[in-house]
Write a protein that binds this ligand. Structure first.
Ligand SMILES: CC(C)(COP(=O)(O)OP(=O)(O)OC[C@H]1O[C@@H](n2cnc3c(N)ncnc32)[C@H](O)[C@@H]1OP(=O)(O)O)[C@@H](O)C(=O)NCCC(=O)NCCS
Length: 180
């Protein structure tokens, strides 16, 4: 088996160059049709503004940001959101799992998920929750990694070029789970 061409790490601050590279990943995913909060076309200004806002939460410890880097720069990312109500200190939301199309289907999505679960454990979290477009590529990834499917919310969001899609909610109990 070929060794991976990328490495995964957690960032605690975001520099301008990293914000620009993450903006490119987000723009590429929206161009590719991913339903990740934005409509097509996503301008660079809006993508950069999104990551700048988010960087403040990363510095404040309200979220953990994991990134993957290949020879061309940052090519994937996922976040754990810790900024939740005070009665849910054991929990995090997993969000914005994005892999640039140049780096897909090589196991990077799975590597980012495993890194996110390890980070969540290190931060004392025992329950993770996420939602994913019903029938999309990400759903297969989460199911394969042992996430439990809760159910479908029909007509949840718009796809980037219009048309409603449903979302499927998943959870992962880290106190029971062993990494597959
Ligand atoms: C969903 C997403 C993160 C998956 O990322 P990825 O890096 O391609 O994920 P993986 O490589 O781990 O797995 C993807 C597929 O490649 C396959 N694969 C993994 N390693 C492989 C390899 N070395 N050779 C061939 N295939 C491989 C996996 O089996 C999987 O197959 P499947 O989709 O048929 O089940 C990516 O498609 C993405 O960013 N999509 C757009 C954004 C999005 O929808 N995010 C989810 C929001 S909830």
């Amino acid at each position: 088996m070929m060794p991976p061409t990328w490495s995964v790490r957690r960032l605690h601050t975001l520099e301008d160059g990293q914000i620009d590279e993450l903006a490119s990943v987000l723009i590429d995913c929206v161009e590719g049709g991913a339903s990740v909060s934005f409509m097509h076309p996503l301008t660079r200004d809006r993508a950069v503004a999104f990551w700048r806002r988010l960087a403040q939460g990363v510095v404040a410890g309200e979220r953990a940001l994991l990134v993957a880097e290949d020879a061309r720069g940052l090519c994937g990312t996922v976040q754990l959101v810790f900024d939740l109500p005070e009665n849910q200190p054991h929990r995090a939301d997993l969000s914005k799992m994005l892999v640039h199309r140049r780096a897909r289907r090589q196991g990077l999505g799975a590597a980012l998920m495993r890194a996110a679960e390890t980070t969540a454990r290190e931060c004392g979290k025992t329950l993770l929750v996420l939602d994913a477009v019903t029938g999309g590529d990400a759903e297969r990834l989460y199911a394969r990694l042992g996430w439990v499917r809760v159910g479908v919310i029909p007509g949840y969001a718009l796809l980037p070029r219009g048309g409603l899609c449903s979302t499927t909610v998943y959870y992962r109990n880290l106190s029971e789970a062993t990494l597959p």
